[in-house]
Design a binder for this molecule. Structure first.
Ligand code: SAM
Length: 243
């Protein structure tokens, strides 16, 4: 979690007694600063994120998300007026930053995961941004997927379960084909040290446009609290389909 997290309410686990209301869950609001020195006192943008560390993977701001959000902020001229779809958005920090700098944003996560999707809606309200929130499960080809024509697809820490890699890359490849010239920007935690992303790009007919060490552009105040081998990759179709 980001060092700039501020807890708004929390509760230690208590014994649940019959007839007694269950204790409030571990809900916190973390604050994320961008621009200036990215500190509480000197910043250009603040985004507040509701997290619940006891719940789902999608209720926590993962380090990959902090890094991707910073990249969106630093590349903001490119995002203003662009159409953005975030996959596996979870608490949605990168997508919210994109919306704040003027993108039209669709935030997506597993279709049946109403807790995560409801939390995304609350996070949008908290930050006064008007994003579309859509249940989108990789590998499920529901109708709304065909109406998505993103210029930029975002995905933070979406490569963590090898059983889902093909469903994710099928979705990414479809979206890239559905929107000529689009790019997929993802941050991933290389936990195994293997060349996973290269393998998947070859398999799905994709090419790498840019590969960065996730810490290379992160302000030190954020980098100090994060760990791991995190890379940022920009990916496009190897060959655009003829129109
Ligand atoms: C490790 S979390 C990352 C969340 C967020 N992007 C971040 O970095 O803070 C992975 C996210 O992918 C979502 N996810 C997992 N499997 C998925 C699937 N099959 N379809 C869509 N989203 C999925 C999870 O619900 C979760 O929000």
């Amino acid at each position: 979690m980001d060092s700039a997290s501020a807890s708004s309410s929390s509760s230690e686990a208590e014994e649940e007694e019959p007839g007694r209301a269950p204790p409030p869950r571990m809900t916190t609001v973390s604050r994320h600063y961008f621009g200036g020195s990215s500190s509480e006192s000197d910043h250009d943008l603040r985004v507040d994120i509701i997290e619940n560390i006891e719940e789902d993977y999608g209720m926590f701001v993962w380090p990959c998300s902090v890094i991707l959000a910073e990249y969106v902020w630093q590349q903001r001229p490119r995002f203003s007026c662009s159409r953005v779809v975030e996959l596996g958005a979870g608490t949605s920090l990168p997508g919210i930053v994109a919306a704040k700098v003027g993108a039209g944003v669709t935030l997506t996560d597993i279709a049946h995961n109403t807790e995560v999707l409801d939390n995304i809606k609350q996070v949008c309200g908290l930050n006064n941004v008007n994003c579309t929130v859509l249940g989108l499960t990789w590998g499920d080809w529901d109708e709304p997927v065909f109406d998505l024509h993103p210029d930029i697809i975002l995905g933070a820490d979406v490569l963590y379960d090898s059983a889902k890699f093909d469903d994710l890359f099928a979705m990414v490849t479809f979206l890239l084909e559905n929107s000529p010239g689009a790019v997929f920007i993802t941050t991933y935690h290389n936990r195994s040290g293997h060349h996973l992303i290269e393998f998947l790009m070859v398999k799905w007919g994709l090419k790498c446009l840019k590969l960065l060490d996730g810490f290379s552009f992160l302000p030190s105040c954020k980098a100090d609290s994060l760990r791991g081998n995190i890379q940022l990759v920009e990916i496009a179709l190897e060959k655009e389909k003829p129109k």
